[in-house]
Design a protein around this ligand. Sequence first.
Ligand SMILES: Nc1nc2c(c(=O)[nH]1)N[C@H]1C(S)=C(S)[C@@H](COP(=O)(O)OP(=O)(O)OC[C@H]3O[C@@H](n4cnc5c(N)ncnc54)[C@H](O)[C@@H]3O)O[C@H]1N2
Ligand code: MOO
Length: 398
Amino acid sequence: MPRPEPHAPVPSALGWPEARATARAAGRPLPAVSRTLHHARDHVLARPIVALTDLPSFDTSAMDGWAVAGPGPWRVRGRLLAGDPGGEIGVMRDGDAVEIATGARVPHGATAVLRSEQSRVEGRTLFADAHIQQGTDIRACGQECRRGDELLPAGTTVTPGVTGLAAASGYDELVVVDRPRVELLVLGDELLDSGLPREGRIRDALGPLITPWLRTLGADLLRVRRVGDNPDTLRAHVSGSRADVVITTGGTADGPRDHVHGLLAELAADVLVDGVAVRPGHPMLLAHLPGERPGAGRYLVGLPGNPLAAVAGMLTLAVPLLRRLSGRPEPRPRRIRAGADIAGHPHDTRLVPMRGDRPLAFAGPAMLRGLAVADRIAVVPPGGVRAGDPVEVLAAPR
Ligand SMILES: Nc1nc2c(c(=O)[nH]1)N[C@H]1C(S)=C(S)[C@@H](COP(=O)(O)OP(=O)(O)OC[C@H]3O[C@@H](n4cnc5c(N)ncnc54)[C@H](O)[C@@H]3O)O[C@H]1N2
Ligand code: MOO
């Protein structure tokens, strides 16, 4: 099959803020789906969680001891454990006491719960060591919420706390935004999957870097493939992928074995970003491929092969796109005060691995030693940042 003409270099790359905004605007949230609480984890709520019940749903004993009615001493009249419906106890009258466990329903008419360690029983008569205030150690029905209250808004990420609250308030399933399905294609004949670098070949650092990161970004990783520098294999994998987002690494430049631009031309893809004024990472790419999923389409994010440049491409293009597809709201920009001068590029943005407020060494495009100890990435505008100046920071890969 004839190859398309080699890609002509783009004269002026898109500014870094514009590239990030383009990536975010390129997508829209995937359809809402219903997921069991277990499977809803790390999705984003498509609908608010509205309490299906009062919480607690009945007056509940907060302590092991005695439910008492009115002032003491009291006559002991029975026992209630957590889970007992409590019907046989009926309504308590002044002077009544019922032995009660933490979590048991407090009978109607009870005015307080007396802790076992603050009580004394003689025969069938119960005494309190001290005066007990009305309502003590009763968790009143509806104290936490009333049925119909909005507990969490749409857009909330489903954490373990959220699934716990949803279960407590009566949910078996949650309506969430579907998670984007991602396929990672790692390009390069020179890459090895195990052992020591040898004979001009190097270890693939990007599969092991991007795979765990995608999971924390709220994507479902369908597959990681290593693809040789062969345009036909690359085309077959991209065209055949069922992913919402195909991420490629390497092959974005115009070298003899760089096939990503050629592929996009061949597929008549809508190229949204082709080069960004950022260091490292300037050859990064974002394209829209015609797709099957309604509304969402399919995307290709082309990351440069140099590992730190690939991280820059993830932060600039993949992270905003995946956030948008998975329904996550855009976080407010975070700024810190730089603890040292951070050198800038004359006209491009620099993305600089930082620990605390200091830039890290070993942060060249092909290096990962700085990134491995980074807790954030500074967005350094052209010209640089002086010590004490505010600088925007992004979350380091996690
Ligand atoms: N004549 C020019 N050459 C290059 C330019 C340029 O402007 N003019 N830009 C350079 C920059 S900047 C980058 S970044 C790279 C981007 O190149 P590609 O995206 O085509 O990446 P490759 O050539 O495939 O690889 C670059 C480099 O990274 C290593 N690599 C690739 N994949 C991995 C991986 N999975 N794990 C570890 N290392 C990887 C690869 O061996 C190369 O050393 O182009 C420059 N060239
Ligand atoms: O900008 Mo390259 O993307 O330096 O490594």
